[in-house]
Write a protein that binds this ligand. Structure first.
Ligand code: SF4
Length: 66
């Protein structure tokens, strides 16, 4: 199993904290909602991913470490 990162778009409020905190892994879509950059669903080994998970004000980011 590998690490798995996702944003729950039904919870996200589009604050942009994830993309600010870990910009190599997260981006914002055209409506401002957080998204995982394509191909980065494994977190890309970026230690900032944990920071981004914590930074999200509505806990919309899940990171399952496998
Ligand atoms: S930090 Fe959370 S609420 Fe803000 S854009 Fe990212 S996923 Fe959405």
């Amino acid at each position: 199993m590998s690490d798995r990162l996702s944003v729950d778009s039904s919870v996200c409020i589009g604050s942009g904290q994830c993309a600010l905190t870990a910009p190599t892994v997260f981006d914002q879509d055209d409506d401002g909602y957080g998204m995982v950059r394509p191909g980065r669903e494994d977190g890309a080994g970026d230690p900032l991913v944990r920071e981004a998970v914590r930074a999200c004000p509505v806990q919309a980011i899940s990171f399952q470490e496998g």
